[in-house]
Design a protein around this ligand. Structure first.
Ligand code: GLY
Ligand code: MN
Ligand code: MN
Length: 437
């Protein structure tokens, strides 16, 4: 499942149609990032650049123009074919293939970008680029702007207004197309299989990093080479560290293990958390806390529908958590007082979820004019309540050292929402019966 060349074309056209008349946009690819000495991290494309091109090489630039006088409305600067460099560092699409393959009007050699960019900018009134572009990109843009402004006899017209391209682009990225949802469903399915594999593999004496290896193995075997973020495998009290990625400890009988892992497929992330007993059977206390988190998630899911806000769902989720913690004696007082004083935050210290897409914490604003934005069809988000009770908590001993999160990914639909990640079990009985096999 991929995104078609024509969908990338439509995205570029739609972006340009929302820019001021006589605008030029400059969107840069990422560069390789050094890991140590002369080795680099696995390349990950800039998500905005990827969204508009589907092109996965470093150091490229996309230039878009809606000026009727522009020679081309889309131009891509790419690394040129270079047999020597390609033997060492990998294949390049090259200038001669790029335009055709990517559905872009023209391709040029990125080594010549300084020469061309001044000419391309000339005559446009508005310039759009990312205001948090890397310094390398900013300096290329600034140099061309300066050259345009300082042309002899004022022969060139430099854009007089600059705009941050991100608000336009990120508003587009927030609403997923049918093709995007299909890719994300596939990323979710692969990630679900990986979680199931880890559940089946789990036993006392294995190490957290070995569960991580099972997860990554399944991702790759199902066609997704990379995780979308650092995989979290936290057993026992490690589950109370929200972004625990050491994954170093041995699994102990009687503990729960929390796995937060999702693959990246065609650039799109899945983000799933499941918490399960190391040896497959929940204790009574673990059941009580787990069921509470699960019930709170279900309360939230009911309200995540078009027109509602995430805050509304969070309120319903918190009410279930507070009622449950009162029943267990972890909180005391009235439901309303605990909700108002946010006493629950000590044990549930993060939000209900976040947008999901090309970035795991995806782009798109959560508030409009200070108000929570209503959910719309095509938004994809996570729903991930949790309870974390560290050993230092002032609660009865039996609750200490337990961390639980249940995280699913949903797409908002006309009917309400669709859970993309339903292929990995989350009911206590389902988890126990899967692990018993
Ligand atoms: N995996 C990071 C998160 O759940 O937000
Ligand atoms: Mn998440
Ligand atoms: Mn997560």
């Amino acid at each position: 499942m991929t995104i078609s060349v024509s969908e990338y074309e439509q995205r570029r056209t739609r972006l340009l149609s929302q820019c001021e008349p006589n605008s030029i946009c400059i969107i840069a690819a990422h560069s390789l990032v050094t890991r140590s000495n002369d080795t680099e991290y696995v390349f990950r494309q800039n998500s905005d650049f990827w969204y508009l091109t589907g092109f996965n090489e470093p150091d490229a630039f996309l230039i878009l123009s809606n000026s009727p006088r522009a020679k081309a409305s889309s131009i891509i600067f790419v690394q040129p074919s270079d047999p020597h460099a390609e033997i060492w560092h990998g294949r390049r699409l090259g200038v001669s293939e790029a335009a055709d393959k990517l559905g872009i009007d023209a391709a040029l050699d990125v080594d010549d970008i300084d020469e061309h960019l001044t000419e391309l900018i000339d005559g446009h009134v508005h310039l759009y680029f990312s205001f948090d572009a890397e310094p390398r990109v900013e300096s290329i843009i600034n140099m061309s702007l300066a050259e345009c402004r300082n042309a002899p006899k004022q022969a060139k017209l430099a854009p007089s207004t600059t705009h941050d391209i991100q608000p336009l682009l990120h508003a587009m990225r927030l609403i997923k197309s049918e093709a995007e949802v299909k890719v994300m469903q596939q990323a979710a399915d692969i990630s679900a299989m990986a979680h199931v594999r880890a559940m089946l593999f789990s036993q006392a004496g294995k190490f957290e990093y070995q569960l991580e290896a099972e997860i990554h193995h399944e991702f790759a075997m199902q066609g997704a080479r990379n995780p979308a973020y650092g995989t979290i495998v936290g057993s026992g009290e490690n589950a109370c560290i929200l972004h625990y990625t050491e994954n170093a400890d041995e699994l102990t009988e009687g503990d729960l293990v929390l796995i937060d892992a999702g693959c990246e497929l065609t650039g799109y992330a899945a983000d799933i958390t499941r918490t399960f007993p190391v040896t497959g059977r929940f204790s009574d206390v673990q059941k009580e806390l787990y069921q509470l988190v699960l019930d709170s998630q279900k309360a939230a899911l009911k309200l995540l529908v078009p027109g509602n806000t995430i805050s509304q769902a969070m309120q319903a989720c918190v009410r279930v958590i507070v009622e449950g913690l009162l029943e267990l004696g972890i909180l005391n007082g009235s439901v309303e007082a605990n909700i108002e004083q946010e006493t629950w935050r000590k044990y549930f210290m993060h939000g209900l979820g976040h947008w999901l897409g090309l970035d795991v914490h995806d782009v798109g604003i959560y508030k409009i004019n200070g108000n929570d934005r209503p959910l719309e069809i095509g938004m994809v988000m996570t729903v991930e309540p949790g309870l974390y009770i560290p050993k230092t908590a002032n609660v009865v001993e039996k609750f200490k050292g337990i961390g639980i999160r249940i995280e699913d990914d949903i797409v908002i639909t006309q009917e309400g929402n669709h859970v993309l990640t339903s292929k990995v079990p989350k009911e206590i009985s389902e988890i126990e019966s899967l692990m018993a096999n």
